[in-house]
Write a protein that binds this ligand. Structure first.
Ligand code: PXL
Length: 275
């Protein structure tokens, strides 16, 4: 069985980060090892959330794994707390990366033109250095703008997205993917660039007019799981985009507030069925 290590926070309430990665990747039949970087009462879109930083646990946990000679087929990072934690994650890459290990970095830090409350420009620049070490990165347009220094636009064309992908490629990753890319009215999806082939890849599906928390984490977790199941990265992106859109569609029927996340529990059997 393939084994993925995922490094991100646990937000106890509000379905995101590890509370999505663990069930989704496991459901795809891939062992999911977790390294929690912090415990929060909720994700940071709620008011008055609590946060216990777990940076001091990262090194001892990694040392123990090292002594057990553990192998990871992939390392997937999401929301991290601090600049120092990004350095700790790089050390984990150095310790556990082998030739076959897929390094998948989702530089979670911003959306809709704004950084999340816990972050500043310094953090964004540091995240760019983490992306440099990755095989696949999956920022949204806001995160990519902060990392590349490009202007953030709400209205754009394929030319702007291609420019942004080439600037992401300059950071160093093998495959750069931009998420939340809408190239025509009523559609949304991803656009990617592969360093090795110099090729662009585009996938668009129907845009559902609703925004929920944790959908980026659902997309990334699905993508990581599908690649570990042996899917080509382009097929993994298609499946992850379709599954995320479908789950948003199902969630719209639920009147709960959008920051409580999407009802992936209801759609997981279908994801398993797609394999
Ligand atoms: O879904 C991304 C995410 C993960 N973890 C925490 C967050 C967010 C987004 O706001 O606050 C703690």
């Amino acid at each position: 069985m393939k084994r993925v290590l995922t490094i991100q926070d646990i937000s106890c309430l509000g379905k995101c980060s590890l509370t999505i990665a663990l069930p989704v990747i496991s459901a795809l039949g891939v062992e999911t090892v977790i390294l929690p970087t912090a415990v929060l009462s909720t994700h940071t879109m709620f008011k008055n959330f609590t946060c216990k930083d777990l940076s001091d646990q990262i090194e001892p946990i990694a040392s123990h794994w090292k002594s057990e000679d553990v192998h990871f087929d992939a390392i997937y990072t999401g929301y991290l707390g601090t600049v120092e934690q990004i350095d700790q994650v790089k050390e984990i890459f150095r310790t556990f990366r082998s030739k076959e290990t897929l390094i998948f970095v989702d530089p979670v830090m911003a959306d809709n033109g704004k950084l999340y409350p816990a972050f500043d420009m310094n953090y964004a620049q540091k995240n760019a250095t983490l992306c440099a070490e990755a095989d696949i990165i999956v920022p949204n347009i806001t995160e990519a703008a902060f990392m590349t220094g490009m202007e953030y636009r709400e209205e754009y064309d394929a030319h702007y997205i291609k420019d942004m992908l080439l600037k992401l490629n300059d950071l160093g990753p093998q495959i750069s993917v931009l998420t939340g890319v809408s190239l025509e009215k009523g559609k949304t999806g991803v656009m990617a660039y592969e360093r090795k082939t110099g090729e662009f890849f585009t996938y668009q599906n129907t845009r559902i007019d609703a925004s929920y928390h944790g959908t980026g984490d659902l997309f990334s977790s699905t993508c990581v799981g599908e690649i570990q199941k042996g899917k080509d990265w382009r097929d993994a992106l298609r499946i992850a985009a379709d599954y995320t859109a479908h789950t948003i569609d199902v969630t719209i029927k639920n009147p709960e507030k959008p920051w409580y996340g999407v009802d992936f529990e209801a759609t997981i059997p279908e994801l398993i069925g797609m394999n």
